[in-house]
Design a protein around this ligand. Structure first.
Ligand code: SAM
Ligand code: SF4
Ligand code: SF4
Length: 339
């Protein structure tokens, strides 16, 4: 196991398989036009599997496929099968907006996918139209049903924005309970395509707990075995659990073991990092596994990133990048970095 300068192990890897998406969530992809990663730069499944194998050899046990929308990548179950067979990978998960999940669920499960997280910001189709420019709410719900029917543990991710969907917390908990899933409320972050972000729109962990305890009564914190888990979990008096990812007001950088690989093989040590490390070039230039292992090890050992914690110190906080900054380098986008 290798650790960084703050003694944090390299434990999990989020792999973005495409920067394309079939939704346009207002906190992630609000623009009309985007600069996409060049096609020839996108890693093949063999290249992704080779890199994941190298990371796994260095202690990465948890791998999460993301995007963009990962299910837009042609034949994703084939990649899942390759990664599920990779020695050292103990937990292979997928984060998806759910639109294409029902169609692909069986193939993904047979390929060895262990867990699914579906993004679900609202239970109201008309609100989804406004939030994500899509009228396919019914497909998201079908995706959640299919994942549960396939027997996979399902989490639901909800980005909570004040004045937009903060009135749905209770309904979402009730929906999750009925769907046998666990909902996790995520604070609105100022990173990537969140160019409309403002501090006033952040509905904080504290706000969420106040709203929920006014309805449900006492809420207990659930102690976690996994120190690196981003969500804090809570339990209602009837046993229903939910999570809160307080990435904006109470970030968890101190225990962060995550890094991110973009679809073009750029490795980011932090969601907020200005630059990534190009792993595609050595990969395509004939570097050996041990050369790449050495590059990853050296880089991780020098890691000091605490992006979200540092943002806490910014007075008059505004979005990390204006839209011109995002156009200048699409790697700064959340849909490229993988969220
Ligand atoms: N398209 C897939 C999806 O939406 O689940 C996977 C990629 S998406 C970038 C991963 C996660 O990032 C989603 O759960 C999304 O809600 C979250 N996300 C994107 N922008 C965000 C923001 N500004 N604040 C908080 N979470 C954000
Ligand atoms: Fe929404 Fe995910 Fe697509 Fe971003 S990548 S626009 S969060 S569905
Ligand atoms: Fe980890 Fe960076 Fe997120 Fe902090 S901001 S939790 S260091 S990825």
């Amino acid at each position: 196991m290798i650790v960084d300068r703050l003694e944090r192990p390299l434990g999990s890897l989020r792999v973005s398989v495409t920067d394309r998406c079939n939704l346009r969530c207002r906190y992630c992809m609000p623009e009309q036009e985007y600069v996409w990663l060049p096609k020839q730069s996108i890693l093949t499944f063999e290249e992704i599997a080779r890199l994941v194998g190298i990371f796994a050899g260095l202690g990465v046990a948890k791998v999460r496929l993301t995007g963009g929308e990962p299910l837009l990548r042609h034949d994703l179950p084939t990649l899942v099968r390759m990664l599920a067979r990779t020695g050292g990978v103990r937990d292979l998960a997928l984060t998806t907006n759910g639109l294409l999940l029902a169609k692909q669920m069986q193939a993904l499960r047979h390929a060895g996918l262990a867990r699914v997280t579906v993004s679900l910001d609202t239970l109201r189709p008309e609100r989804m139209r406004e939030l994500a420019r899509s009228d396919r709410h019914v497909d998201v719900l079908a995706g959640i049903t299919a994942a549960r029917a396939a027997g996979l543990p399902v989490k639901l991710n909800t980005v909570v924005i004040r004045g937009v969907n903060d009135d749905e917390l209770i309904e979402l908990i009730e929906f999750a309970r009925a769907a046998q899933a666990e909902v996790r409320f995520i604070e609105y972050m100022d990173v990537g395509g969140a160019t409309g972000w403002s501090a006033e729109q952040v509905f904080s962990q504290r706000d969420m707990l106040a709203r929920l305890s006014a309805h449900y009564g006492s809420i207990a914190a659930v102690p976690s075995q996994d120190v690196a888990a981003p969500a804090e979990r809570f339990r209602l008096s009837d046993g229903t659990t939910f999570g809160i990812i307080a990435s904006t007001t109470a970030p968890f950088c101190r225990s962060c073991d995550r890094s991110r690989l973009t679809a073009d093989g750029t490795w980011f040590l932090c969601l907020y990092a200005a630059r990534g490390i190009d792993l595609r070039e050595p990969l395509r230039d004939g570097a050996s596994d041990s050369d790449i292992q050495e590059l990853i090890t050296r880089t991780w050992r020098g890691r000091t990133d605490r992006g979200a914690e540092q943002r806490l110190g910014v007075v008059e906080r505004s979005p990390l990048y204006p839209v011109e900054g995002l156009r200048a380098d699409p790697h700064r986008e959340m849909h490229t970095r993988g969220g």
